[in-house]
Design a protein around this ligand. Structure first.
Ligand code: PSU
Ligand code: MN
Length: 336
């Protein structure tokens, strides 16, 4: 298994390098103090479809080397489906839009030594020249400023269980309320309170839809959460029309496109729920709070399910990458 993994990584790395040959230097509206990969810069200038990708999932969402392999496979899936990937991170205080292979590898190896960077951390990290990875909230903010309208990830943050007492509500939700980027994800993990998360998205005025043959909002590891979604779209073209409509209305708020995990990759719901219960008890016992809560829960659920949840996690992100890339492509066509 190990040697297969290494061979696969080498193959993907080689494939990956081929995409970074562009020597394109700049485009209109480009920020001088930000670093754009040549591939992304050229795509933005020539209005090719671009898909933003976050990096906290690399440092805090998965262990090395699964995180590296997944990050590269997700980028390649985006390319195969017609768009250019732009993984976003902060390297020594500089905002990077589109990373080189070496940078992705460095962040993957740093794991939680990289600073998890949400909106509130952006001024601090850039003024202190620190290296960090962006959450859904900060990735949306940067993507929007760079003119990228579609963003793919695994799952977003939400209202935590017992959030009515702790007030632990992810900044991802308020960002969705004020930044016009469409986030393609597999719903929210049941480490969170899914019902309250949907309520909060409604309060923030976020456009929410499910994708595919479903009326249920998805629960990340499993296709159904038991909570209904008021809107459902069945093609990537309809999703592109939704993004265009959101933009024509000048709503200036975000969109959440929730794609259920394909049935064949779904995790055993009972095993995951059991792992979540154990992990939730541990955070209370250990007094874990704030930004450390989500990474701790993700790590423990993976450990307790002995990697079963990680397998589902990787499969669903690749599925989201495929759909998100097609949405971005359809949107570029609509806007042309
Ligand atoms: N949920 C996941 N995987 C992740 C995250 C959330 O299933 O990797 C990461 C994302 O980067 C998300 C962040 O934006 O955690 C949310 O953290 P918090 O709950 O502290 O806002
Ligand atoms: Mn939080």
């Amino acid at each position: 298994f190990l040697s297969l993994g290494i061979r696969r990584t080498l193959f993907i790395k080689q494939n990956f390098r081929n995409f970074h040959r562009s020597s394109f230097q700049g485009f209109q509206g480009m920020r001088k103090d930000w670093v754009y990969s040549p591939e992304v810069s050229e795509a933005l200038e020539t209005k090719k479809p671009v898909v933003a990708l976050e990096s906290t999932i690399i440092s805090h969402g998965m262990p090395y080397p699964s995180n590296l392999l997944t990050a590269l496979e997700v980028e390649n899936t985006v390319r195969k489906n017609g768009s250019i990937p732009a993984t976003i991170a902060i390297l020594e205080g500089k905002i990077n839009v589109g990373l080189t292979l070496d940078n992705i590898e460095k962040l993957a190896k740093m794991e939680q030594k990289a600073m998890k960077t949400s909106r509130r951390d952006l001024a601090f990290i850039t003024s202190q020249n620190i290296t960090g990875t962006t959450t859904v909230a900060s990735t949306m903010f940067i993507a929007s400023k760079a003119g990228i309208k579609v963003f793919v990830t695994g799952g977003i943050g939400g209202v935590h269980r017992n959030g009515e007492n702790t007030m632990d509500v992810s900044a991802d939700l308020t960002e969705l309320g004020k930044t016009p980027v469409a986030v393609v994800c597999a719903g929210v993990k049941s480490i969170l309170d899914i019902e309250k998360t949907l309520e909060y998205l409604e309060t923030q005025g976020v456009t929410v839809t499910t994708f595919g043959d479903t009326t249920d909002f998805p629960a990340f590891f499993t296709p159904k959460s038991g909570f209904k979604c008021h809107s459902n779209l069945s093609t990537t073209f309809e999703c592109a029309k939704l993004i265009q409509a959101n933009s024509k209305l000048d709503l200036n708020s975000g969109i959440l496109i929730a794609v259920p995990i394909p049935e064949e990759y779904a995790a055993d719901a009972e095993k995951v729920e059991n792992a979540i219960e154990i992990s939730l008890k541990e955070i209370v016992e250990k007094g874990i709070i704030g930004k450390d809560v989500t990474p701790y829960l993700l790590k423990r659920v993976d450990e307790i399910t002995k990697g079963e949840s990680l397998k589902s996690n990787i499969a669903l992100i690749k599925n989201n990458a495929k759909i998100g890339s097609q949405i971005a492509k359809d949107l570029a066509y609509l806007e042309s």
